[in-house]
Design a protein around this ligand. Sequence first.
Ligand code: GLP
Length: 243
Amino acid sequence: MIKIIKKKNYEEMSAYAAEMIAAQILLKPCCVLGLATGSTPLGTYSKLIEKYQAGLLDFAKVRSVNLDEYCGLSPEHDQSYHYYMKENLFSHINIDPDNTHVPNGMAQDMKAEGERYDALIASLGGIDLQLLGIGNTGHIGFNEPDSNFPTATHRVRLAQKTIEANSRFFASVDDVPKYAVTMGMTSIMSARKILLLANGVSKAEIIKKSFFDSVTPQVPASILQLHPDVTVVVDEEAGSLLP
Ligand code: GLP
């Protein structure tokens, strides 16, 4: 079931998301959080850091698994998702670095890396709360439109639209990696709770398509319509085409 919550702006969307994540940690201090990157969750991460600094939240027992990583970027590369997570969340809170996991984009054998990552998620007992953004192709993680929903963690060729959208973070479009390694739909859909965030007018169309149109692998996020516990939080702009 999908619950859609409309907030006035990015600030309020982020505050709501941070409250949901905080509630999860308070309920289960050793919970497994599925984490996302991109510009959308940055405000949520800042609010979580504020709560930690105010002594309201303790990450000591929290475990985390990230959705994805670019292939060929080392953890030290400033556009890698390893680096993003360290900069924007992990280094500001008391999470144990050994309890944080991001797929290895430098692995030689991506099939083995996918198997390792899925086994790791299973060994943690699965994901309690999965945070998601959404790409303008409808991708979640880096699961791009395809003829079927990919299941396991796997290597994916990024859609040209995604490469162009993400080129804003790189010196030029040619510097954007063409491949990524991403959790597949099995791990995402097995999460006990899912929280998807979207803000800005550029997400309005894909939000409507994902949640008010048919379920199709051409719009990867549409699969979430089949999950029992999804909360979608949008700002006014991203929610502007919703009934
Ligand atoms: C990236 C990430 C996704 C993210 C999406 C949207 O490429 N792999 O996890 O949700 O694109 O990014 P943004 O939040 O910057 O719009």
